[in-house]
Design a protein around this ligand. Structure first.
Ligand code: SF4
Length: 197
């Protein structure tokens, strides 16, 4: 059922012309991962490689994201679903405008409604602005639990920020440890039990 619904939405997104971002995309990027996951990761929007492959987080940032998730016992092939605030690549990797974020938000909202995750990780400022607070600052709220429609939300840095400034990795690891603790509390008490967190 959910797979069918996602296929239908994927087709709608690929044909979507609701905002200006459709003009320069190669293809829209709907999302990727296990739609039955209790953990959802939300990023900003497709970059060059994502636009080319039609998949989220497949460039250098994506490889780093996979390593970060793996350190917390998570994988997009198993227990994570990954999506973005906007489904089409903003030209020159600019930040999506508030209008573009609003135009695309119903797709993300529907994805979240279908997946019904227990926990969401927000990656970076655009994800924070798109889901929680249009004036939000990631440096101010990262590492602090937020709530959105009864879902626990952890804002943290976007992997591309970690590539630019590796000193932020320490804070990100603290945020992921918080996610692991919450995941144990809400989903699976034995998650990553073999590793001290
Ligand atoms: Fe449609 Fe979203 Fe792409 Fe804009 S970014 S054209 S709203 S799918």
């Amino acid at each position: 059922m959910i797979e069918q619904e996602f296929r239908r939405m994927d087709e709608a997104v690929r044909a979507c012309e609701r905002c200006e971002l459709h003009r320069k995309r190669t293809q829209a990027v709907f999302g990727m991962g296990n739609p039955f996951s209790e953990l959802m990761v939300i990023g900003e929007g497709p970059g060059e490689e994502e636009d080319r492959q039609g998949l989220p987080f497949v460039g250098k940032s994506g490889q780093l994201l996979d390593r970060i998730l793996a350190a917390g016992g998570f994988s997009r092939n198993e227990n994570v679903y990954i999506a973005n605030i906007v489904k089409c690549r903003p030209p020159d990797n600019r930040e999506p405008s508030p209008e573009e974020r609003s135009a695309c938000f119903p797709y993300l909202e529907e994805q979240i409604r279908m997946i019904r995750p227990s926990i969401i990780i927000l990656l970076g400022s655009t994800a924070l602005k798109g889901l929680l607070d249009p004036d939000g600052k990631i440096t101010r709220v990262r590492g602090k639990w937020q709530m959105w429609n009864d879902i626990w939300v952890m804002p943290t840095y976007h992997p591309s920020a970690l590539l630019r400034n590796p000193e932020l990795k320490k804070d990100t690891w603290e945020d992921i440890k918080e996610v692991v603790r919450k995941y144990r509390e809400l989903v699976d008490p034995k998650h990553l039990a073999e590793r001290p967190i």
